[in-house]
Design a protein around this ligand. Structure first.
Ligand code: PLP
Length: 391
């Protein structure tokens, strides 16, 4: 068992040693594109005086996203969670829906918020994605569907999940919040299942401040979601469907259009950073960086480090050591959705069926990446981890 004591923030204060970084280095610092181009678009919006309600920026944004992903429809929304909620309703999920617990809690909340029970299935510890056999085990007569999540931008086992859905007459959709621009067997994420849901939150690799979208090749589904995101309005005065307010505003679309122009550069920096971390952490006993499949595209936005039981210190000690040096590493998605309210009350014994989720949740550290992080920063972070493990 790891027993070492790592210097804590309190020790630092006592010793008076300054942290390695003057400014905190956060996970999920925004990747902001060309500021002048963005401000020019904002001026255009103000000149147009068309601020929201399917304005020209949103229309252009939807077209560019659809083209980029090679899908027929992009329905832009105010955020990824509302996009999930609307997609869940439009697809017609009800009763119980199988999801991973190893995801951001919004996947489960979007169901629960609508009176649907999220049922958690375990993951494959090698990929962190849903294990199809575990999904199969969680099917009951109340199950209406499955929401797969492409965790860390790596595609879920789509073909296997589709086969289970087909066999049992279940609906299948995907939370693709991490997977903008990722591929599955060489095909861009966005076309799979009934629909796929994107998030453009500030912490994601591609941002519109807040924002999200549902992408699909299904004409009827896209039409239904367009109605639902705007109170069910079809033209003026004519409400033909129940709905909510899920609209993306023009300023967000302007941010998206700007960042889309720079997205390839962001990915290149993330790939460079990921390789630098792999290099900086190689050879440290018990520490490894989660590897992405080199034959698929992945934004490499998430640098996922696993601290296994052979390491001389625990995951929590490493996080504490990094935080003491102003590196604000995170334990995403610890403890897993099943360990959060209300799910820990509804399913007090869920952990018994989620062995791999529990195992992974205790191992993972997410390190800062994105355009704000340099190769020098990564060398320093590597040195902190090395010292923590080897001291
Ligand atoms: C970020 C995220 C969401 C929610 O998206 P928001 O735009 O923040 O509402 C949903 N699912 C996953 C897996 C996410 O990472």
């Amino acid at each position: 068992m790891p027993t070492k004591t790592i210097r804590s923030k309190a020790d630092l204060a006592i010793n008076g040693a300054p942290p390695a970084f003057d400014e905190p280095l956060h996970v999920g610092r925004p990747n902001i594109g060309d500021r002048a181009a963005f401000l020019q678009r904002v001026n255009q919006i103000l000149d147009n005086q068309w601020l929201t309600n399917n304005g020209p920026m949103v229309q252009e944004f939807e077209q560019r996203i659809a083209d980029y992903l090679g899908v027929k429809h992009c329905v832009a929304m105010c955020n990824g969670t509302i996009a999930l909620e609307i997609a869940i309703r439009a697809v017609g999920l009800e009763g119980e829906v199988i999801v991973p617990s190893w995801t951001f809690v919004a996947t489960a909340h979007a169901l629960y918020w609508q009176g649907i029970t999220p049922v958690f299935a375990d993951i494959d510890p090698a990929t962190h994605n849903l294990d199809p056999a575990a999904v199969h085990r969680m099917i009951t007569p109340r199950t209406s569907g499955i929401i797969g999540v492409h965790v860390w931008g790596r595609a879920a086992p789509i073909d296997e999940l589709q086969a289970i859905a087909d066999e049992h007459g279940l609906k299948l959709m995907f939370d693709a919040a991490h997977a903008f621009g990722s591929t599955y067997k060489g095909q861009t994420i966005g076309r799979f299942g009934a629909c796929e849901v994107l998030s453009f939150h500030a912490t994601k690799s591609f941002t519109t401040f807040e924002g999200g979208a549902v992408v699909t090749n299904n004409d009827q589904l896209a039409e239904k979601m367009r109605l639902m995101r705007n109170f069910g309005f079809h033209g003026y005065d004519n409400v033909v469907h129940p709905g909510t307010n899920g609209k993306m505003i023009e300023v967000c679309a302007a941010m998206g259009l700007t960042n889309l122009d720079d997205h390839a550069d962001v990915i290149a920096i993330n790939i460079r950073n990921h390789a630098a971390y792999t290099n900086a952490l190689s050879g440290i006993p018990g520490i490894s960086v989660l590897v992405y499949d080199s034959t698929e595209r992945n934004s490499h936005h998430y640098v996922v480090v696993e601290v296994d039981s052979s390491c001389s210190v625990t995951r929590n000690q490493i996080v504490a050591a990094l935080q003491a040096e102003n590196v604000l590493a995170r334990k995403y998605f610890w403890p897993g959705a099943h360990g959060m309210k209300p799910y820990s009350d509804i399913f007090p014994h869920a952990k018994l069926l989620l062995k791999n989720t529990e195992f992974v949740a205790d191992q993972v550290v997410i390190l800062p990446s994105g355009v704000a992080v340099t190769v020098d920063d990564i060398a320093t972070i590597g040195a902190i981890i090395k010292q923590t493990v080897e001291c």
